[in-house]
Ligand binder design. Structure first.
Ligand code: ADP
Ligand code: MG
Length: 516
């Protein structure tokens, strides 16, 4: 599909103009494949990963086909309010030259205001299922003029339990409508819906080999649960991200992580379903403008959000399923930019990681947390940069008073050295534990309760045999015939070679890494 320009897709001059104003140079694959059948009024069912431009893939043909009458021509269903707002914004841009108007309609906003807006000229309604049904039941939305229905992020709507609502809404639209479905993944239930509600759809699949865009570098860190916050802070310090999106498993975890980050002095915000719409919008606006540069969120709250500048996605908790991983990772590496996706896993979560790798057909590489020394080095370099900048500008307002006092007692070079030493004490991280405490490897051993092994025996046996401090030994779990034992990354080789060919109570030991 490469090489096909927008002008080769039967797009009108008016729309080509709007597309140019949006800064789109050439169509993405899903656009090149979807626009022609959509313009021919065929049903379309397209699967493409997040960030591939699905909005314009249905937005361009809808706006082009739209007759501009005052009654709604198209209806777009979206899983979340944030996404509905975003889609409507994009549709209004596409519709700018043709004066086609899209209106987002979502829960959380005053329904009276929406009713008033719906009385005006609206060509495309973009709504969340619940609120749309509400309007249909109140008779404040009339859908019999609708010619096109789009189910956007269909898999998400399915995950959020909107299937019944969607079916009800569809039943209020004309049977001879055009139906389009866009989704990052096509689970069986979506297939079933497509069979029931679509007419021989043209199927489009983009890049089925890997569900994750190649511009995203994917790594994982093995981190014990209780060390995750420290690991997060260390990563942010060493990676110096532009904007970071941190995903947590639960609302409580979102609250906890964002609060602790704020306490540590990071500019962090949080969104999840318990916050009011107004609050969520404020937080999103701050994140977009970089007034905060870390946003902690649940899957649901961050769904579909398009912020092109997210440089780092961090899975503070590993996603529950591969689809969720794909969606989260899709928040970075948007519009061809490069991004980094980082996943924290505890030693027990290797299986889940492999499952994600298999389902998404990608490799997630293991990475080591930066050491204290590396973080310190990075901070020193930043400090140098900052100092150089001040020296370059030569503006010492506010500093002169103290300098004069001190140079009355010491020579200038000494004063400068003392000031730098003081600055260094601020960036020092001596009070943080080294990686030994952060990164553990789980080992498997072929001795267990059968050998009357108790945790304290095992700790002593290992620390004696390998000559290591007990602080390097983490969780121990003793089963009937074998045991799992966590040892710090920094001593794991030592432990492995020390125990190799050793015996315990007459039993020849076999020890190996427990991963995979
Ligand atoms: P999806 O719905 O597939 O997740 P979006 O429609 O939200 O993706 O698009 C992702 C980003 O890419 C948006 O910022 C959008 O404006 C931009 N985009 C879409 N199409 C193009 C294109 N042809 N060229 C450049 N940028 C594009
Ligand atoms: Mg989308």
């Amino acid at each position: 599909m490469k090489g096909l320009g927008f002008h080769e897709l039967n797009i009108s001059r008016e729309l080509l103009e709007a597309i140019k104003m949006m800064g789109f140079e050439e169509p993405t694959p899903v656009q090149a494949l979807s626009i022609p059948p959509a313009l021919r009024e065929e049903d379309v069912m397209a699967q493409a990963q997040t960030g591939t431009g699905k909005t314009a893939a249905f937005g361009i043909p809808i706006v082009q086909r739209c007759n501009g009458s005052s009654r709604p021509f198209a209806l777009v269903l979206s899983p979340t309010r944030e996404l509905a707002i975003q889609i409507a914004e994009e549709l209004n841009k596409i519709g700018l030259t043709k004066r086609i108007k899209a209106l987002p309609v979502y829960g959380g906003q005053s329904i009276d205001r929406q009713i008033r807006a719906l009385r005006g000229r609206v060509n495309i309604i973009v709504g969340t299922p619940g609120r749309l049904l509400d309007h249909i039941q109140r008779g404040t939305i009339e859908l019999n003029s609708v010619r096109v229905v789009v189910l956007d992020e269909a898999d998400e709507m399915l995950n959020m339990g909107f299937i019944d609502d969607i079916e009800k809404i569809l039943s209020h639209t004309p049977k001879d409508r055009q139906t389009m479905l866009f989704s990052a993944t096509i689970p069986a239930e979506i297939e079933r819906m497509a069979r029931r509600y679509m007419k021989r759809p043209t199927r489009i699949t983009v890049d089925p080999k890997s569900l994750v865009v190649s511009s995203v570098r994917q790594v994982f860190y093995e981190v014990r649960h209780e060390d995750k916050l420290k690991a997060l802070a260390r990563l942010i310090d060493s990676e110096d991200p532009y904007l970071t999106l941190v995903f947590c498993h639960t609302k409580r975890e979102v609250d906890e992580v964002s609060r602790r980050l704020q306490q540590m002095g990071y500019l962090a915000g949080a969104i999840h379903g318990d916050f009011t719409q107004a609050h969520r919008e404020t937080v999103m606006r701050k994140f977009r403008s970089r007034a905060i540069d870390i946003l902690v969120a649940t899957d649901v709250a961050a769904r579909g959000i398009d912020i092109p500048d997210v440089s780092h996605v961090i899975n503070y908790s590993i996603p529950q399923n591969p689809d969720s991983y794909v969606h989260r990772i899709g928040r970075t590496g948007r519009a061809g930019r490069s991004g980094i996706a980082i996943t924290f896993i505890t030693p027990r979560e290797y299986r889940q990681l492999r499952l994600i790798e298999r389902a998404t057909k990608t490799r997630i590489l293991k990475a080591e947390l930066p050491t204290k020394q590396q973080v310190l080095k990075a901070r020193k370099e930043e400090l140098l940069e900052d100092l150089r900048e001040i020296l370059q500008e030569g503006d010492y307002t506010g500093a002169q008073d103290l300098m004069e006092t001190l140079t009355g007692e010491y020579i200038a070079q000494e004063v400068a050295l003392a000031a730098i030493k003081l600055l260094l004490s601020y960036i020092d991280i001596d009070d943080e534990p080294d990686n030994g405490d952060l990164s553990y490897t789980r080992l498997f051993m072929n001795i267990g309760r059968r050998e009357e092994l108790r945790p304290s025996d095992l700790v002593r046996f290992i620390s004696d045999s390998a000559g290591i401090d007990v602080k390097y030994i983490g969780h121990i779990s003793i089963k009937e015939n074998f045991s799992f034992i966590e040892v710090s990354e920094v001593v794991v080789e030592k432990v492995l070679s020390a125990l190799d060919r050793k015996s315990y109570k007459g039993r020849r030991l076999a020890v190996q890494r427990a991963r995979r």
